[in-house]
Design a protein around this ligand. Structure first.
Ligand SMILES: Cc1ncc(COP(=O)(O)O)c(C=O)c1O
Length: 353
C-alpha cells in the first residue's frame, strides 16, 4: 500500500529516518564508552524498543510499571530502569512480579518509598534494585542535596530486601556535573556501591560526555525528533521520523485552513516560537503556522504562504512533543520510500499506572 492511500489523520514513522537516528545516537554513546538506556515513554512501541536493544542499548527506561509490563510481555526481558517512586502495595506487588521475570531497578527519593519497597520485597521474597534520585535542577523529584542522597543510600544499603545500585538525576546538562561529582565523592567516602550513575535528557544527549562520571544516559525523543528538536537544530526535517499525515478539510478564510488533526491527534502540547504558539510543523508549508486546535480540528494560519494549501490536500505534520502525540494513537504506520511496511500497535499507550 502507498502512504498516500492511508486514511487521515494517521501517525506514521519513517523507517529510514528512525534507523538513522537510532544508529547515530548509539554511535555517539559507543564512541564515548557510555551506556545508552533509551526511554520508551516516547514511542511506547515494542518494535522500536527491540530495534534499540539490537543497536546496542544496555537496557530500557520505562517511566511506569505498566510500560515495563508491556515491554517484558513483548519479549524484552532486559535490564529495565523505572526512574519513579513506587508507592503502595498494588504497585509493589506488580513490581515483585516483574522482578521475578527480568532485571528491574527503581528510583527513590524518600525514606517512605524505600521502607515501603523493603517491606514489599520481604513479603514477596524478592530483592528490589534501588537507586537514589538526586535533584539536579528540574525542581521535580529527587533528594535535594548530595549529602541527602548519601543518607538515603545508606538506609537502602541496610534495609532488608533492597540492593543499592547507585543514583540518577534528570535532566543532566553539563552544568549539573558538580552535583554528580559531589554525590559520587560522598558515595565513595561512605563505601556505598554505585554501579549505576544515570543521567538523561535528549536536549543534552550529545553533551553527555562532558559528565564522564555518568555510566549511562537515558533518552526518549531521539528516535523521533519533533518540532522542538528541529528548531533547536538537533534533528533536520528528514531526521524527524514521526509525522502525522492530515488532510485540509476547510479553508474558511483566505488566511486560515483547518486540518482533520486537532488535539486528539497531535496532543494538546504547544511550543512557543518566535512567530507565536505552535502545535506542529507542516513540512510542505514551513511558513504556515499551526497555531491552535480544537479536539478534531487543527487551526492553521496560512497568511505567510505564497501558495496556500487547498481543501483535500494532504500534509505531513511534525508534532511539537512526540511523547503525548504518540500516546493519542492506537498504532503507528511504519513507512519507507512512500510505501507502508508495517503497522505497529502502540501497546504501552495509556499505561499511566
Ligand atoms: C526520568 C527521565 N529520564 C529520562 C527522560 C528522557 O528525556 P527526553 O524525553 O528529553 O529524551 C525523561 C523524560 O521525561 C525522564 O523523565
Amino acid at each position: 500500500m502507498r502512504v498516500d492511500e492511508l486514511d487521515t489523520p494517521v501517525l506514521t514513522i519513517d523507517l529510514d529516518a528512525l534507523e538513522e537516528n537510532l544508529a547515530r545516537y548509539q554511535r555517539y554513546y559507543d564512541e564515548h564508552q557510555m551506556a545508552l538506556r533509551p526511554h520508551i515513554k516516547t514511542h511506547k512501541t515494542l518494535a522500536i524498543a527491540h530495534r534499540q536493544m539490537a543497536q546496542g542499548a544496555i537496557g530500557l527506561t520505562c517511566q511506569k510499571i505498566g510500560e515495563a509490563e508491556v515491554m517484558v510481555a513483548g519479549g524484552l526481558t532486559v535490564d529495565i530502569l523505572i526512574p519513579f517512586n513506587i508507592i503502595g502495595k498494588t504497585k509493589i506487588d506488580r513490581l515483585a512480579r516483574l522482578t521475578r521475570q527480568t532485571q528491574i531497578t527503581v528510583a527513590a527519593d524518600s525514606e517512605t518509598t524505600v521502607r515501603g519497597l523493603s517491606e514489599g520485597a520481604q513479603a514477596e521474597g524478592v530483592t528490589f534494585g534501588v537507586i537514589v534520585e538526586v535533584e539536579a535542577g528540574m525542581n521535580r523529584t529527587g533528594v535535594q542535596t548530595p549529602a541527602a542522597a548519601v543518607e538515603l543510600a545508606q538506609l537502602i544499603d541496610k534495609l532488608p530486601g533492597l540492593e543499592l545500585r547507585g543514583f540518577m538525576a534528570y535532566p543532566t546538562p553539563p552544568a549539573s556535573r558538580p552535583i554528580i561529582q559531589e554525590t559520587l565523592h560522598l558515595f565513595d567516602k561512605a563505601g556505598l556501591a554505585h554501579p549505576i550513575v544515570s543521567g538523561g535528557g535528549t536536549r543534552w544527549a550529545m553533551e553527555a560526555h562532558e559528565i564522564p562520571e555518568l555510566t549511562e544516559y537515558r533518552i526518549g525523543e531521539y528516535p523521533t525528533g519533533g518540532e522542538g528538536h528541529l528548531r533547536a537544530g538537533r534533528h533536520t526535517v528528514e531526521q524527524c521520523s514521526l509525522r502525522v499525515i492530515a488532510t485540509v478539510i476547510s479553508a474558511p478564510t483566505p488566511d486560515r485552513v483547518i486540518l482533520d488533526a486537532g488535539s486528539k491527534t497531535m496532543s494538546a502540547s504547544t511550543l512557543q516560537t518566535p512567530e507565536g504558539t505552535s502545535m506542529g510543523y507542516i513540512v510542505e508549508y514551513p511558513e504556515a503556522r499551526f497555531y491552535g486546535a480544537s479536539e478534531e480540528h487543527g487551526h492553521v494560519d496560512v497568511s505567510a504562504c505564497a501558495v496556500k494549501p487547498q481543501i483535500g490536500e494532504r500534509v505531513q505534520v511534525l508534532p511539537v512533543h512526540p511523547c503525548p502525540c504518540v500516546n493519542e494513537h492506537d498504532e503507528m504506520v511504519a513507512v519507507r520510500g512512500g510505501l507502508v511496511e508495517a503497522v505497529w500497535p502502540i501497546l504501552a499507550r495509556g499505561k499511566i499506572r
